[in-house]
Structure formats: C-alpha cells, structure tokens
Design a protein around this ligand. Structure first.
Ligand SMILES: Cc1ncc(COP(=O)(O)O)c(C=O)c1O
Length: 408
C-alpha cells in the first residue's frame, strides 16, 4: 500500500496558512552595544530596526559585565560542559549558580535545567509521579510547558478559571482532605501581562494543605528589591513551596531553574529525566548567569528605567487611542483581535517604519484575541516610543477597512 506522508504534512501546513496562523520567523541579527536596535536580514539586504518584543527585558544579554564574564569563562573553560550532571558535566560554575539562585529566592536549594520549559515540564511531571494519586489544580492560562508536564504525568487534573479563586476552592472541595494536591500558577501571565493572585492562592493552599508551584519566569530580575520576582515584592517567597524561573529573559542568558527545599530538589534531581539525561549547562553560561543575577540584585537602574518606559508607552498609546490591556506589569499587549490584521499591522510596522513587533496569534493566545505584545526596555527612548505610537496609529488606520475574513 502506498502511504502519502507528504500529503498529510502539506495539509497541516495549508490549514495553518488558511487560518492565518502560519508562523513566519524574521531573521534578526543582534548587535552588542546597540540593543534595542538590531539588524533585520531580508531579501538579501540588511536594515536597522528597533526591537519591541524582546524578552531580554532589561538588556542584560548586552551588559558589559555579563558579556565579559562569559568571554573570560569561555577562554578559561572552553565552550561545552562535556556531559550530563551525573557524568562529567557537574561544574563548579553550575554549583555556584544554584547557590546564588537559592540565596536569591531565600530557599534551601536550587536546580538548574536547560530551559524554563524543561524546568516546568520535568519538575511538574516528576512531582506528580512521586505523589502517585495527587490532583493537580492548574490555572487555565498556565504556560504550555506546565500543561505538558501535567499531561506527561497522567495525573488527575482540574483546570480553574483564570485567577478565579472561588473556582479553585470549589474544585479543591470536590476531593477528600487526605488527597495530595498541587496548585500551579504564574506570577505574571506572559500574554496578558496580568498578575496571579499569590496571596490568595497561598491562603487556599494552606487551608487545604496543598503544595504550591509558582512560575516566575516573567518576573525574575524584574520585580522585588533584589529581582527575585513578584513573590519577593509581596514578601511571600517563603510561603511558596516551589518557585520556578528562567535565566533566558531578564537575566539575559539561557536556562531554567527551580528553587525549593533540599528534599524536593534532591527528589527532582534524582528522578526527573529532563534533568538527568541531558547535557549540563556550559560553565560559561552558568558563570555569566550568576554575574547577571548578582548584578540585578544590587542594581535598580534597569528596572526603574524599564518601568518608566512602560508608563511612557501606555501614555502614548492612550493619547493615540490604541487599544491595549492595562495590566500594571512590564508587558503591554496591544489588542488587534484578528489574526490576519495582526500579521498585517506587524508587517507595516516593520517594513514601513522599522519597528519590529512579532504578531501573537492562536494557539499562543485564544482565537479572536490576537495581539502585538510590546515589552519596552530600559534602553528604548521617549522618541522611539512616540514614533512607535504614531506608526501603530497609522497601521491600525490603514488596515481598518479591509474585511480580512472576505479576503480569505
Ligand atoms: C510562563 C512561562 N513559563 C515558562 C516558559 C519557558 O521558559 P524558557 O523560555 O526559559 O524555556 C515561558 C516562555 O516564554 C513562559 O512564558
């Protein structure tokens, strides 16, 4: 029998294209010392653009101290780590990084993973496997890596409506007191930029003797006196059982981690296949991540400037009547609510004005809530911000009258 594999692949790609969900990756070349200006490589030419959608929230990937640390570390120790943590990859640099992370979050221990995604997926699935008949309660807007960890474990799950603590408690009450329970939520939700209710969830968790797992990926480096996230800002870090974070966003490197008790970290270290069976983080990355964390513990300049620029952008958007979600965080989602128009606005901004904001479409966000997710950094200027607002207004106007559903 002849099996036409290509047809299946082509059909799946065509489906994405017809729904306006086919992802196009722009080719961006970052330039040390120029952030947020970068080169856009397209049609065999290069042009300077302003990046507005980077998760290098504070520009730390180009911080002199961090860059020098990485360069020196490569010269001293070479590039790769040489193996898994178990077999020759357990460097002094990675141990120092874990100690620094534990100190940052005021926890007994930390464990580093290859990414925040892997940290979530591996830790969550392992905990649920270890607890055997646990129920996991997960906010409906939790990240794909959390969902994947839950699915992998095959544990019983309850999805509570986003930030709806009454719903969470209603679901918890369906189960006997002696059932192990894990509540998973985020401190800042990536796409809406709104805050999770840490105090409220901690209260419910204590009442029902549940373990709490908090994803602080978008908040570490950004919030709190020393950059330990929203839980630090609210002085609640000691109330959360497991805090998870990334080194790839505000800290400007790559990698993910959890911080918790010695016992929980030792359990994950010993059972999580996503921790055990993979090459350890290279020492140069670990060294530079430690430098970045230490730097942001003491320096508030980047956070202050970032917050000032976010407020400035909101002001300009308001003046130009550009619709956005006003969430109080550093993430400014400009709502377009149509996938094709969203792509079109992004295209106009880039091609006609040199402003780069990647469109965010389904399945990253629900259908009909397509948006441009803007993350102003400390190095954007007020001039750049006001020019962006003008360009956005123009692009919104230009795309207003086209009925994209009919174009399809
Ligand atoms: C909420 C959340 N958790 C985890 C991750 C994964 O982190 P990383 O990019 O370090 O893999 C992301 C990525 O954007 C995220 O938004």
């Amino acid at each position: 029998m002849h099996l036409d594999y290509s047809k299946k692949f082509q059909q799946s790609i065509n489906k994405l294209k017809s729904e306006g969900r086919y992802r196009f990756f722009n080719e961006i070349e970052r330039k040390y010392g120029s952030h947020p200006i970068a080169s856009w490589n397209h049609n065999s030419s290069q042009s300077d653009i302003i990046v507005w959608c980077s998760n290098d929230y504070l520009g730390m990937s180009q911080n002199n101290l961090v860059v020098t640390t990485m360069k020196n570390a490569v010269e001293q120790m070479g590039t790769g780590s040489g193996g898994t943590r178990n077999i020759s990859g357990n460097s002094t640099a990675i141990i120092e990084l874990e100690n620094e992370l534990a100190k940052l979050h005021k926890k007994e221990k930390a464990l580093v993973f290859s990414s925040g995604y892997v940290a979530n997926e591996s830790t969550i699935s392992t905990i649920l496997d270890i607890l055997e008949d646990a129920i996991v309660f997960s906010d409906e807007k939790n990240h794909a890596s959390i969902i994947s960890g839950i699915k992998k474990s095959q544990a019983n799950k309850e999805i509570f409506r986003h930030n709806d603590l009454n719903h969470l408690e209603e679901l918890i009450n369906l189960y006997p007191e002696n059932k192990p329970k894990l509540i998973i939520f985020e401190s800042i939700y990536s796409m809406d930029g709104d805050y999770g209710d840490i105090a409220g969830i901690v209260k419910i968790a204590k009442k029902h003797n549940a373990i709490t797992f908090l994803d602080e990926v978008h908040a570490v480096g950004m919030y709190g006196e020393t950059g330990a996230g929203v839980s630090e800002k609210l002085k609640l870090n000691d109330q959360i059982d497991i805090i998870q974070g990334t080194l790839g966003k505000a800290f400007g490197i790559m990698g993910g981690y959890i911080t918790s008790t010695k016992l929980i970290c030792d359990t994950i270290r010993s059972y999580a296949s996503g921790f055990i069976f993979t090459t350890a983080m290279p020492p140069a990355l670990a060294k530079s991540a430690t430098t970045s964390i230490k730097y942001l513990k003491k320096s508030n300049i980047e956070r202050t400037l970032q917050q000032k620029n976010t407020a400035c952008l909101r002001e300009h958007l308001n003046k130009s009547s550009i619709p956005f979600l006003d969430n109080g965080s550093h993430i400014v989602p400009v709502m377009v609510n149509d996938p094709i128009r969203c792509n079109e606005i992004s295209h106009i901004l880039l091609n006609e004005f040199g402003h780069y904001i990647q469109p965010i479409n389904y399945p990253t966000v629900p259908e009909g809530t397509e948006r441009l997710r803007i993350t102003p950094g400390p190095l954007h200027t007020e001039k750049m911000i006001s020019e962006l607002a003008v360009a956005l207004k123009y692009a919104f106007e230009k795309t207003k009258k086209v009925d994209y559903k009919k174009v399809l």
